[in-house]
Design a protein around this ligand. Structure first.
Ligand code: GLY
Ligand code: MN
Ligand code: MN
Length: 441
C-alpha cells in the first residue's frame, strides 16, 4: 500500500465520518465534538506509565497511535483542527509535527500542555467531549461521553470507508508476512517465545505496537482461547501450533489465526476439514445476511465434522440443539474489526441504540447485526479440546454422545481455529487475509 493511494482515499473518508458526526451532533444537540487521544496513566505508587493506547474515536480522524493529550476538534462545516501535543520535556523525545497523507486535511496547531489545549478550544459549553474523562471535569464541556452520541458514532463505525478497508488490507499484508515467519520458526523447533520474536522481527514491531498480544500456543495450549503464556523453552515435541496474531497499519489492526500440524496425519486431516468449513462459511458472507444465522450454520457444519471424524455420535442437528457443539466451540463465529480488534457496536439494533439479542445458548457471540456493504468482520470457526468443558460434558447428559477415546487422541493438539478478515460487499466479500497470503507467495 503506497501512501499516495491513501492520499486519494483519505478526503472521502473524512467527508463520510464528517457527515456521520454532523448528523449525530445535530440529533444530540451539540455544535462541536472534541476527541481526546488519551492520557498517560501512571502505575499506582510509581512514576512510570502504562503503555499508551490512543482512543479509537480519536484515531478514526487522526491516525496517531503514540501521542497522548492530542485533541481533534470537529465543528461541522469547518476544517477539522488537530491540537498536537509537543510537551517541553527533556525526559522524553517529543514527536515531530505529523506530516503524512492525512495531515493536509487538518489545521494542525502545536500545544505544549493541557492548559494550552484548553485555551485553544472555543465554546466548550456547546461541545461534547469523547475520551478518558479524568482531569476534564472543570473544562466546561456540555457533556462528557454522552451515551446517545457515542451510540450513534459507534453504530456508524461498522460501515468502513474505502480508506479504512485499504488500511485493513495493508494490516493483513503485514500480518500474513509475520504469520509466514512464525510458521517457519515453528517448523524449525522454536519455543513459543522464539516464535513470537520471529513474528515481530519480520515486520519490525514490538509487542505494544500489535493490535493485541499474540496468542502463540504449542500443543495442548491451543485449547486455551486467549492463551497468554509465551513459554521460553521449546517443548519436548512440537505437535501443533495455534497462532492468533495481527498487525497494525495506520491504527487499523488485522486479526488472523492459523493452526498447524507438525506430523500427525489425523490432526492434519482435521485441520484440513476445518479449513473447508471456514471457506464454506466465508462463501456465505454478503450484504443482507444475519450474522446470527451464519453462526448457527457454523455450529451445524462443525457438528457434522465432529460426527464424521468420530468425535461425537449425535447427528449434527441434535448436537447443535442440545448444546453439544458448544462443548467444542464455545466462542462466537466472529466480530466487527477495525480500529479496535473487537470493534464497537456489534449488537446495536439501530443508531438510536437497543440490542439485537444473541441466539439462546450462545452468550459469547459479539456480532448480531445484519451485514451491510462496508462492514469488516472476522470469520473464525474453532474446534477445541478444553479440559473444563469436556469434564462438564462427561458429568452430564452429553457423556454418552462423545467418543472419549477419540477425544483423548486429539487433546494433546489443543484445538483448531482458522480466522480471516472479510470486507463485505453487495454480492459477497473480499477475503483480505487469504488475498494477503496469496500475494506473498
Ligand atoms: N484475537 C482475538 C479474537 O480473535 O477475537
Ligand atoms: Mn483472533
Ligand atoms: Mn477475532
Amino acid at each position: 500500500m503506497q501512501p499516495d493511494a491513501l492520499d486519494e482515499l483519505f478526503p472521502s473518508h473524512l467527508e463520510a465520518i464528517g457527515a456521520a458526526t454532523a448528523g449525530a451532533l445535530a440529533a444530540c444537540g451539540y455544535d462541536a465534538l472534541i476527541l481526546h487521544s488519551g492520557g498517560l496513566r501512571a502505575v499506582d505508587f510509581d512514576d512510570y506509565p502504562y503503555p499508551f493506547k490512543a482512543h479509537a474515536a480519536f484515531k478514526l480522524w487522526a491516525p496517531l497511535a503514540d501521542n497522548p493529550d492530542c485533541f481533534v476538534l470537529v465543528q461541522p462545516g469547518r476544517r477539522p483542527r488537530l491540537l498536537f501535543n509537543r510537551p517541553d520535556d527533556y525526559w522524553h523525545k517529543p514527536s515531530p509535527l505529523p506530516d503524512s497523507w492525512w495531515t493536509g486535511a487538518f489545521d494542525i496547531e502545536p500545544v505544549t500542555d493541557r492548559a494550552a489545549a484548553r485555551a485553544a478550544i472555543p465554546n466548550p459549553g456547546r461541545a461534547a467531549f469523547i475520551g478518558d474523562a479524568t482531569g476534564f471535569g472543570d473544562w466546561g464541556f456540555a457533556a462528557v461521553n454522552p451515551a446517545p452520541l457515542l451510540t450513534r458514532l459507534d453504530y456508524a463505525r461498522a460501515r468502513k470507508t474505502a480508506y479504512e478497508i485499504a488500511c485493513l488490507r495493508a494490516a493483513n499484508r503485514l500480518g500474513a508476512r509475520a504469520h509466514t515467519a512464525a510458521a517457519h520458526a515453528f517448523e524449525s523447533g522454536e519455543s513459543e517465545y522464539g516464535i513470537a520474536l520471529a513474528y515481530m522481527a519480520s515486520i519490525t514491531v514490538r509487542e505494544q505496537e500489535l493490535p493485541y498480544n499474540p496468542i502463540i500456543a504449542l500443543n495442548s495450549g491451543g485449547a486455551v482461547l486467549h492463551y497468554q503464556v509465551l513459554e521460553r523453552r521449546p517443548p519436548a515435541e512440537h505437535r501443533s501450533m495455534l497462532i492468533d496474531a495481527g498487525a497494525t497499519f495506520a491504527c487499523y489492526g488485522s486479526d488472523i489465526t492459523r493452526t498447524y500440524s507438525r506430523s500427525d496425519p489425523d490432526f492434519a486431516a482435521l485441520v484440513g476439514r476445518m479449513d473447508e468449513v471456514q471457506l464454506a462459511l466465508c462463501a456465505g458472507v454478503r450484504a443482507g445476511v444475519d450474522w446470527r444465522d451464519l453462526h448457527l450454520t457454523a455450529h451445524r457444519l462443525i457438528a457434522e465434522l465432529l460426527h464424521d471424524s468420530g468425535l461425537i455420535t449425535l447427528d449434527a442437528e441434535a448436537a447443535v440443539d442440545t448444546g453439544l457443539s458448544s462443548v467444542f466451540l464455545p466462542h462466537g463465529l466472529g466480530h466487527l474489526l477495525g480500529l479496535q480488534v473487537h470493534d464497537v457496536g456489534g449488537t446495536l439494533a439501530s443508531r438510536e441504540g437497543g440490542e439485537i439479542a444473541r441466539p439462546p445458548g450462545h452468550p459469547n457471540l459479539r456480532l448480531t447485526r445484519v451485514l451491510e456493504e462496508g462492514y469488516v468482520v472476522t470469520m473464525e470457526p474453532g474446534l477445541y479440546f478444553i479440559d473444563s468443558l469436556l469434564a462438564g460434558a462427561k458429568a452430564g447428559s452429553h457423556a454418552r454422545h462423545i467418543d472419549w477415546a477419540r477425544v483423548a487422541q486429539f487433546a494433546p493438539f489443543g484445538g483448531i481455529r482458522i480466522e480471516d478478515d472479510l470486507a463485505v460487499t453487495a454480492s459477497g466479500c473480499e477475503n483480505l487475509t487469504r488475498e494477503a497470503f496469496r500475494t506473498l507467495s
